[in-house]
Write a protein that binds this ligand. Structure first.
Ligand code: NAP
Length: 283
């Protein structure tokens, strides 16, 4: 078992709020399982302190993650923006390489890996309905396009925001849907929720799945102590569905690999999640 030493590398999650984050549990379990010398903490950071925290942690030999509401700001602080940061405009992972601060957005890889794990294959040629137009939706869009989906319909409460995302990332395979009624009777291989709806137990579902003629599978990026309303709705219709817990683990695993240069101990990271009734696979 490792213990913290004077040589331990320090990693931090920077955001506001951060006190409910599961990342410290997941990353410290990974550090322990991989036998590397480090520690991962969560620090509440206001925007004006972000550059200082990022530079300080990197110069001291560590790095970290960035969460709401600072992912966009972080993308302007790092010295080198990897392609996932340039394409999404958001940075959630940073570290030092050759004296330069490198920024990545592992939500892209995390979503892609979790989706592949869930479907058992890449979503190549799939027809997808993507809900949302914030940071998570941008990461999902990049991942889906790179994984070779055929077509994406983008639906968001603010249509203008969806149009901006589509202009920035989209291309020919993405079409913004201005009105949910336009989707009545359509068929999708996959529905992905990247809105915030589902964070609170009494949130409505972000989309009424029964408007659709057919749905192959549902992935909710949101997760909580209980399955989200969208996951419950899908399962009640006999549609296979999963929430954002595996994506959380996979984006953390991708960050771990950037920092430590070794494979992430995925099983230990999954076991670090709080147990949930009926979740034998992640308990
Ligand atoms: P964000 O940038 O603030 O975007 C929020 C999105 O939710 C926007 O599309 C927004 O629509 C929509 N929204 C908010 N309130 C709504 C409402 N009442 N009705 C309909 N739409 C509403 O947040 P984000 O970073 O994209 O995160 C979105 C969710 O993904 C969060 O719950 C986050 O926890 C989750 N997430 C999970 C992971 C993971 O690892 N599993 C990683 C990243 C994010 P408007 O544009 O119209 O406001």
């Amino acid at each position: 078992m490792t213990s913290i030493s004077a040589a331990s590398r320090v990693f931090a999650l920077l955001g506001d709020p951060v006190e409910h984050s599961l990342s410290p549990r997941i990353q410290n379990a990974a550090i322990l399982a991989a036998g590397v010398d480090g520690v991962y903490v969560a620090l509440r950071a206001v925007e004006e302190d972000l550059p200082g925290f990022i530079r300080g942690l990197c110069r001291a030999g560590g790095g970290g993650n960035v969460t709401l509401p600072h992912k966009e700001k972080a993308s302007t602080v790092v010295d080198e923006r990897l392609p996932a940061v340039r394409r999404t405009g958001a940075c959630n992972t940073f570290w030092l390489e050759d004296d330069r601060i490198v920024g990545d957005n592992t939500d892209v890889d995390g979503f892609s890996r979790a989706l592949r794990d869930f479907l058992g294959e890449a979503p190549t040629n799939a027809r997808v309905l993507l809900l949302g137009a914030g940071g998570a939706a941008r990461a999902g869009l990049v991942a889906l396009l790179d994984d070779g989906v055929d077509e994406i319909r983008l639906l968001n409460r603010s249509v203008e925001r969806a149009r901006n995302v589509s202009r920035r990332i989209g291309g020919e395979r993405v079409r913004v849907v201005p009105d949910p009624a336009e989707l009545d009777g359509e068929r999708f291989d996959l529905v992905v929720n990247a809105t915030r709806l589902g964070l609170h137990p009494d949130d409505p579902t972000p989309f009424e799945l029964d408007r659709l003629e057919e749905v192959g599978a549902v992935v909710d990026m949101v997760y909580g102590a209980e399955p989200t309303a969208l996951v419950r709705a899908a399962e009640s219709m006999g549609v296979r569905a999963t929430d954002g817990r595996e994506m959380l683990v996979q984006q953390g695993a991708a960050a771990f690999e950037r920092w430590w240069g070794v494979d992430a101990p995925l099983d230990a990271m999954r076991r670090a999640l709080p147990e949930r009734e009926g979740d034998a696979d992640v308990g």
